[in-house]
Design a binder for this molecule. Structure first.
Ligand code: PEP
Ligand code: MN
Length: 335
């Protein structure tokens, strides 16, 4: 249930509603909006009677929330969420490009790629220091050394950093170094990691699990919001398909479906969906046309030597060409 307060409601009227919710044994989550405050009721095991609240001073409406995900749902918050990053907003029409190699391999590799993606329009550098690899014998990432390299990239280029935390140990370090913490597809339902990520207070990029339904994905986001962290960016990266022509099946229908169900921004990663670089630009253009809030693209200056995901990494010139195409799809460009 969502209790909507009058736009002139006083602080003590809001406090009284919060106190009543707590007396009933539930959790109150005040959500200041542009005009008025709304208070979400959480952890109620069954329906709550609206009559308990509608006559309280300052209350104008009590709206039942029908969806299993509460804080994430449009019913709870009508206007789109904006992710506030240092000098950069994402969401509600603010379109952002994140780009970089799959993995940070060395300082010179990261800096070379960062300079290039910056020159062509990226504002956020994406590179993994901790890599979730199918094989334990594949390159696992540089760990803390990789994070220090990312710090240097940030200092030297001004690009913000998104990088993955694979477990609770790496999360602590990643939270110190990153502007956005990525939770990968394989960890989308690692509920204890989601809770800890929520508690960092940092923006979280939550990739869709490779078999996750929309509801499961939004419930995973709910774990983060339930920890008091509303800064979640959803990332569609494709689900397991039947074709051998692409690594995954990019599900563009999630863009309008997420918009309908949730106020959270959604970005698209065509690289992990495609698995091969020739498929990346058309999928990226389609994602933009479908209305996503940003793209996450793997780029490598020497993809044939890349230690991970080289086949799907664009050459810098291909990335530049894609950025020009996207500019024509989005008159006004992007942040
Ligand atoms: C990645 O971003 O490099 C990655 C491993 O992605 P995903 O979790 O989507 O497979
Ligand atoms: Mn990758």
């Amino acid at each position: 249930m969502l209790i909507v307060m009058d736009k002139d409601a006083t602080a003590s009227q809001i406090d009284a509603v919060v106190a009543k919710i707590e007396t009933l044994g539930f959790v109150a989550q005040p959500m200041p909006g542009g005009e008025r405050v709304a208070i979400g009721i959480l952890r109620n095991p069954g329906p709550v009677d609206p009559a308990l609240f509608v006559d309280m001073p300052g209350v104008i409406q009590a709206i039942p929330v029908s969806r299993p995900y509460k804080l994430v749902s449009r019913e709870m918050k009508r206007e789109d969420t904006i992710i506030h990053l240092p000098d950069l907003d994402l969401g509600r029409g603010r379109f952002v490009i994140m780009a970089g190699p799959c993995a940070v391999e060395s300082e010179s590799q990261a800096l070379t790629i960062a300079e290039k993606v910056k020159a062509f329009g990226a504002r956020i550098f994406r590179g993994g220091a901790y890599k979730p690899r199918t094989s334990p014998y594949s390159y696992q990432g540089l760990g803390k050394t990789g994070l220090k390299i990312l710090k240097k990239v940030r200092e030297e280029t001004g690009l913000l950093i998104v990088t993955e935390a694979m477990d609770q140990d790496s999360l602590k370090l990643v939270a110190e170094f990153a502007d956005i913490i990525q939770i990968g597809a394989r960890n989308m339902q690692n509920f204890s990691l989601l809770r800890c990520a929520g508690r960092t207070g940092k923006p979280i990029l939550l990739k869709r699990g490779m078999y996750a339904t929309l509801e499961e994905w939004l419930m995973a986001a709910e774990y983060i919001l339930a920890e008091g962290n509303p800064q979640v960016i959803l990332c569609e990266r494709g689900v397991r398909g039947i074709g051998e022509h692409s690594r995954n099946l990019l599900d563009l229908a999630t863009i309008p479906a997420v918009r309908r169900e949730s106020h959270l921004p959604i970005v698209v990663d065509p690289s992990h969906a495609a698995g091969r670089r020739d498929l990346v630009p058309p999928l990226a253009r389609a994602a933009v046309a479908a209305g996503c809030d940003g793209l996450l693209i793997e780029v490598h200056h020497e993809p044939e030597k890349a230690l991970s995901d080289g086949a799907q990494s664009l050459y810098p010139e291909q990335f530049a060409a894609l950025m020009r195409e996207i500019e024509s799809l989005r008159p006004g460009g992007w942040s």
